[in-house]
Design a protein. Structure first.
Length: 40
C-alpha cells in the first residue's frame, strides 16, 4: 500500500507547478491512504 501512495505522490509532483491545489489534494489523499492502511 505504501507503494501506491508513493506512486500517487509522484503523479502529484507533476502538477505542483501548474495546479498546486490539485497537487496538494493528491498528496493529502496519498497520506490518508497510507495512514488508513497502517491502522488496518
Amino acid at each position: 500500500m505504501v507503494e501506491e501512495a508513493n506512486e500517487l505522490r509522484e503523479f502529484a509532483a507533476a502538477y505542483r507547478r501548474t495546479d498546486p491545489g490539485f497537487a496538494s489534494d493528491l498528496m493529502a489523499a496519498a497520506d490518508r491512504h497510507e495512514l488508513r492502511n497502517e491502522k488496518a
